[in-house]
Ligand binder design. Structure first.
Ligand code: NAD
Length: 360
């Protein structure tokens, strides 16, 4: 089995610069424990790249990402670049990376850590045991469909966006969801709006077709409005949710909030040869540079990398267990602090996870 891996490290802006080094430390430690050799190539992306190169995703950075076995990204953006034209904004780098690397599926686990139950705004009995995965289509749908734009329309203006999906696009994301379900509790819920949208009717038809190759997986369908409701009413009913770009954008944020802690949630974007791993949160300019950010979402993203890109499931599990161990000892960053727990900074949290790993 392959034991040497190259990782493109793109810390980005704001707290990205603080949390990514902690995840790198954890990768180095797990590498030692499992005899894995990681080589890290760092490159600039987002606002920092705009300052240095005049664009958010320089060719140099893209080349580093393409050459690597996987990409670890922090976050991009900040008030300094908010005024720029949308084509030059730091967030454009994310779209550029997804497109260039062919990453059409976004995997976002939302798992409630029992130690953090008090951080959720929902009642304990509703959220206890929540452990779901949202699989969001990432490169199609209304965010990319043509025609689009704002055009003069009689005496006013008219804004247009178009929801478009082809059979092939739906089939490949459905396959990702069924395969992910095989590593979990073997249940897929496909979410659409097939009662109103033709593109959704096609979505449902194709998902049913692909399901024929996965008879061991249970498939159900929900309209998106009902799914939004069910996520709050009874999140435990879900294992894998698969849906379009737009619905997935909204539902994955809703699912994230079930767990109450944006600083704890990892994500993976997969589909091409090189996958990309990043926390779901942004660059948090309000706490950047103060050693206050929670690095655990990034550390858990590194664990997803070991599992999905490097086939090192045991190493990934050990990182997750180390995170649980540190939480069990009562250590918390500010965003997940509650009565009776001990406040630590970004660096200390990273070091605690490494220490826990080494001791296991
Ligand atoms: P945000 O996720 O950066 O922050 C929202 C709130 O959560 C803030 O109060 C922040 O302090 C807190 N928070 C986020 N991550 C945290 C962590 N790891 N530890 C502790 N607290 C944390 O969202 P925002 O404020 O809407 O956006 C800030 C910037 O980030 C914007 O420029 C936005 O465009 C960008 N952004 C980037 C990404 C990305 O890179 N993938 C995603 C979302 C937003």
């Amino acid at each position: 089995m392959k034991r040497n891996f190259s990782i493109a490290v793109l810390p980005g802006d704001g707290i990205g610069k603080e949390i990514v080094p902690e995840a790198v430390k954890v990768l180095e430690a797990i590498g030692q424990l499992h005899g894995l050799a990681f080589s890290f190539q760092e490159a600039v992306v987002g606002g920092g790249a705009i300052d240095q190169y005049g664009r958010p995703l320089p060719d140099e950075t893209l080349a580093v990402a393409k050459k690597a076995n996987a990409v670890l990204l922090g976050a991009v953006g900040g008030p300094k670049w908010d005024g720029l034209d949308s084509s030059l904004r730091p967030e454009k780098a994310l779209l550029g990376l997804r497109e260039a690397l062919g990453l059409y599926a976004n995997l976002r686990p939302a798992r409630l850590f029992p130690q953090l139950i008090e951080a959720s705004t929902l009642k304990r009995e509703v959220i206890e045991g929540t452990d779901l995965l949202v699989v969001r289509e990432l490169t199609g749908g209304i965010y990319f469909g043509e025609p689009r734009g704002v055009k003069p329309y009689h005496n006013e203006e008219r804004g247009i966006n178009t929801e478009v999906y082809t059979t092939k696009e739906i089939a490949r994301i459905a396959k990702v969801a069924f395969e992910a379900a095989r590593k979990r509790r073997r249940k897929v819920t496909s979410v659409d709006k097939a009662n109103v949208l033709e593109s959704s009717a096609l979505w449902r038809k194709v998902v049913i077709e692909v399901h024929k190759d996965f008879p061991d997986i249970e498939l159900s369908h929900l309209y998106v409005d009902n799914c939004a409701m069910q996520l709050i009413r009874n999140p435990k009913q879900f294992d894998v949710i698969v849906t379009t770009n737009l619905f997935g954008d909204i539902l994955s944020d809703e699912a994230a909030m079930l767990t109450g802690s944006i600083g704890m949630l990892p994500s993976a974007s997969v589909g091409g040869r090189t996958a990309m791993y990043e926390p779901i949160h942004g660059s948090a300019p309000d706490i950047a540079g103060q050693n206050k950010a929670n690095p655990l979402a990034t550390i858990l993203s590194a664990a997803m990398m070991l599992n999905y890109s490097f086939d090192q499931e045991k190493a990934a599990d050990e990182i997750e267990l180390a995170v649980l161990g540190v939480l069990d000892q009562g250590y918390r960053t500010g965003d997940i602090l509650s009565a009776g727990t001990k406040l630590v900074g970004t660096k200390e949290m990273g070091e605690l996870v490494v220490k826990q790993l080494m001791k296991a």
